[in-house]
Design a binder for this molecule. Structure first.
Ligand SMILES: *[C@@H]1O[C@H](CO)[C@@H](O)[C@H](O)[C@H]1NC(C)=O
Ligand SMILES: *[C@@H]1O[C@H](CO)[C@@H](O)[C@H](O)[C@H]1NC(C)=O
Ligand SMILES: *[C@@H]1O[C@H](CO)[C@@H](O)[C@H](O)[C@H]1NC(C)=O
Ligand SMILES: *[C@@H]1O[C@H](CO)[C@@H](O)[C@H](O)[C@H]1NC(C)=O
Length: 467
């Protein structure tokens, strides 16, 4: 066609015979434009969603190590001896699964889930510099040699002292049930605080918000529930603000409490609790955005949905703005983070102390809409991935200096002895395409994949956290 046109006499205005020629030119250039646009959005998009950071991370030998898929092959032993009532009640007739074994206090696999259980203290946990390894699920000791008590916790980096502060439930008391149908519980003792320069060596700073042992009408009375304390720093007021789930033993109060301190290591003054926006609030977290606006995110309406709304400038109250998100999805244990302008969140299902499948969600705007992008867990075995490695999300900490890399923090609850619940921290990387993209822009997904890699032991790459 082109050759034919080449020998055609040019006609005025390119009409007549030339019209076919110009049509194909128009079609071709349109095609070219589309291809260019596609290429542009692709490049633009990979940039925005972490293509670059993946490149950077992929070239870092220690990150290659962290992204290696580590398999677990655990054989379920034949049933023998008596099952604890907790496991027997759960699945009376069907074949046992790893979850049954996990919930069975008499399981022969107990040491797999709770290694170093009871008396033994693992020598690897000695804070010697050679052993800056995290062992998810083992007993973690503080610098005094005591097991760390910071369950359902979160971390704040204090710029002034260049120190990380880890806050969580101090549960070093006996586990019991108030009545037959009640959940296993430990009386409120308070919020434990630990400090660290390297995210590995943790010094106990004491109980920074303590239970009230005498006043039965006080939120913090020992008979109540204090869960998932999270602290954020307010640059405007110079105060450290703690939000937490406050409840009665039957979880009918469903409120959010707030406390305040001048210093990260407390003591925190308790200011009170409320049902935010007038709604039930159970599992919750707070998230501070780059612009200094902080948000409260909580499970509501019988845990069937999450609510999210900005806090006031002093972080001490909610505002009138609130959005319902993940409606009808029954998620709890939210942990929010942000990567290259996109908001991400990990949540768990609602199965009490028993572990379940984690899901990652993403949003362009923090108030939503939020899309569910799938199970982020990689490695272990199928049951590990379907139980968040037998743990439940609590917090996500960005690794400074390594964009797109995070520490995923989770709790491996031990319902038989809650004080002996373990920490499961794992490397999390946000990069690459999602498995089942739900939302497309020019046929390219809006979000990156969130990947949490199972490791029996791992350590932070050099350069992060002041190593
Ligand atoms: C620990 O660190 C010190 C000083 O940083 C060094 O001299 C020593 O060899 C290290 N020990 C181990 C076991 O790596
Ligand atoms: C007990 O706690 C309630 C609620 O915080 C408070 O109003 C009351 O003053 C407290 N009572 C005493 C004796 O401190
Ligand atoms: C919790 O529920 C039990 C049984 O329904 C009841 O006996 C108890 O009084 C309740 N406790 C609180 C603090 O509501
Ligand atoms: C929090 O804000 C609500 C209105 O959004 C208000 O009714 C309430 O009194 C405030 N609480 C405190 C402790 O300031």
């Amino acid at each position: 066609m082109r050759t034919r046109n080449k020998y055609r006499k040019p006609t005025i205005l390119g009409c007549n015979a030339g019209s076919r020629y110009s049509t194909s030119v128009v079609v071709l250039s349109l095609l070219g434009c589309l291809i260019l646009l596609h290429l542009y959005t692709y490049i633009h998009h990979t940039d925005r969603t972490g293509g670059q950071s993946q490149l950077r991370l992929n070239h870092h030998p220690q990150f290659i190590e962290l992204q290696e898929v580590e398999e677990e092959n655990i054989q379920i032993p034949p049933p023998k001896g008596k099952r604890s009532p907790r496991a027997a009640k759960r699945r009376p007739k069907r074949t046992t699964t790893l979850i049954d074994e996990f919930l069975d206090e008499n399981s022969q696999l107990r040491h797999v889930f709770f290694p170093g259980h009871k008396k033994t203290i693992d020598p690897i946990q000695t804070p010697a510099n050679e052993s800056y390894y995290y062992y998810p699920g083992r007993i973690w000791l503080d610098t005094d040699g005591n097991p760390i008590q910071a369950h359902g916790g979160g971390i704040v980096y204090d710029k002034k002292s260049r120190t990380y502060y880890w806050y969580g439930e101090y549960k070093d008391g006996p586990t019991y049930q108030v009545h037959k149908k009640g959940a296993a519980r430990v009386d409120i003792i308070g919020v434990g605080c630990y400090s660290s320069k390297d995210l590995w060596t943790w010094k106990h700073e004491g109980i920074v918000l303590a239970a009230d042992e005498t006043n039965e009408t006080h939120d913090l009375h020992t008979s109540n529930v204090l869960e998932r304390p999270k602290v954020i720093y307010n640059e405007r007021t110079g105060k450290y603000v703690m939000w937490m789930h406050i409840d009665d033993a039957n979880y009918t109060k469903a409120a959010a409490g707030v406390a305040i301190s001048d210093t990260p290591d407390g003591p925190f003054d308790y200011l009170g609790s409320q049902r935010p926006h007038g709604y039930e609030s159970r599992d919750m977290t707070v998230f501070k955005d780059d612009d200094g606006t902080a948000y409260l995110i909580y499970s509501s309406e019988d845990n069937s949905e999450l609510h999210i709304g900005p806090l006031t400038e002093d972080y001490l109250n909610v505002t009138s703005v609130m959005r319902r998100i993940l409606v009808g999805q029954h998620r709890e244990a939210p942990a929010l983070f942000k990567h290259e302008g996109t908001y991400y969140m990990i949540t768990s299902g609602c199965t009490g102390w028993a572990p379940n499948e984690a899901l990652a969600h993403a949003a362009e705007s923090i108030l939503g809409p939020w899309e569910t992008i799938g199970n982020p867990c990689i490695g272990g075995n199928k049951m590990f991935r379907l139980t968040t490695f037998f743990a439940q999300s609590t917090f996500v900490l960005p690794l400074p200096g390594f964009p797109g890399s995070f520490i995923f923090m989770a709790d491996r609850w031990n319902p038989a002895d809650l004080r002996d619940s373990r920490y499961v921290w794992l490397p999390m990387i946000v990069a690459g395409p999602v498995d089942h993209p739900l939302e497309y822009s020019f046929e390219f997904p809006l979000w990156s994949r969130v990947s949490i890699y199972w490791h029996r032991k791992w350590r932070l790459p050099h350069g992060s956290s002041g190593f």
